[in-house]
Design a protein around this ligand. Structure first.
Ligand code: ATP
Ligand code: MG
Length: 279
């Protein structure tokens, strides 16, 4: 079966990250196609990923499915996953430009369901962004890349108060309370994923990082912190509907205790629209 790591043939590279690469592979015996992520856990850096342990026990239609975990050699781990044949929200955006409000409603509904599942299982993703949301040709959207995710009991314990760990994940999608590391771990860890979803959806709608004008990207950490923590709420294009504006505002509430939770957002009219459109 797919339990045999050595019967997997590499077809091409699907992506490369800081700690490894993802390949499209074919299983020799069944000819089935999978994605294989190979992670280097070198002893010379502080990086320790719980990705394999986390993925191994997840089973949701809104989270990328794991079919096996291997240790091809010491210090290396490989995750065999279902192959998502339409890329990521990031690659689709780069090929086709911004998304419509209605496609984003369907996306929002699915990502919320994925986050609901994770949060109910005490897992905080910590790196929600377009390139970590995988898509299939029938527009199913699944959460992937648990490289910096945490099991919530572990947050704030000694092993986890390491600054290096805290600041992993992509800064542009980080909530004000995570950028201000003093308040991270203060009891609203799940709210960080909701913020990242809000930035992701608004970025895919307006076509650029929403806290800055179209032609500008934050050039350093301080500029990002200033605009995200203290800047004004990004303005919406005039054609944006009331439902969309309201949903995004509920995600991008600066104060984490006031930000809507995933369950609250699932009953928001915009998420309900996404649910109906997906049927
Ligand atoms: P890390 O952030 O831990 O360094 P990473 O960003 O290198 O991880 P992933 O996000 O898991 O790793 O994968 C990198 C890229 O590979 C994705 O953005 C996507 O383009 C592609 N990819 C990953 N998993 C799959 C999959 N199951 N099906 C299709 N493409 C995938
Ligand atoms: Mg990634």
């Amino acid at each position: 079966g797919v339990g045999d790591f050595f019967d997997l043939e590499k077809l091409c590279v699907l992506g490369r990250g800081n700690h490894g690469s993802v390949y499209k592979v074919r299983h020799g015996q069944t000819l089935a196609i999978y994605a294989l992520k190979i992670i280097q856990q070198g002893s010379n850096d502080a990086y320790v990923s719980h990705e394999t342990e986390i993925l191994n026990c997840l089973d949701s239609p809104f989270v990328v499915k794991c079919h096996g975990i291997f240790e091809p050699r010491a210090g290396e781990k490989a995750i065999l996953m279902e192959y998502m044949d339409a890329g990521t929200l990031d690659t689709i955006f780069r090929d086709n430009g911004p998304f419509s409000e209605t496609s984003l409603a369907r996306i929002a509904y699915q990502v919320l369901n994925g986050l609901k599942y994770l949060h109910e299982h005490d897992i905080v993703h910590l790196d929600i962004k377009p390139s970590n949301l995988l898509v299939s040709k029938d527009m199913k959207v699944k959460i992937a890349d648990f490289g910096v995710s945490k099991i919530v009991q572990g947050i704030g314990t000694r092993a986890d108060t390491n600054h290096h760990n805290m600041c992993e994940g992509t800064h542009a999608y980080m909530s004000p309370e995570r950028l201000d590391s003093h308040t991270f771990g203060s009891g609203y860890v799940y709210a960080g994923d909701v913020w990242s979803l809000g930035v992701t959806l608004l970025e895919l709608y307006v076509g650029h990082f929403p806290f800055f004008p179209a032609d500008k990207r934050p050039s350093n950490w301080m500029e990002l912190v200033l605009v995200v923590c203290f800047g004004e709420f990004p303005s919406f294009p005039k054609e944006a509907s009331e439902e969309f504006r309201s949903f995004i505002k509920c995600c991008l509430e600066k104060e984490p205790s006031k930000r809507w939770t995933v369950s609250q957002l699932l009953s928001h009219p915009y998420a309900c629209l996404g649910e109906r459109l997906g049927k």
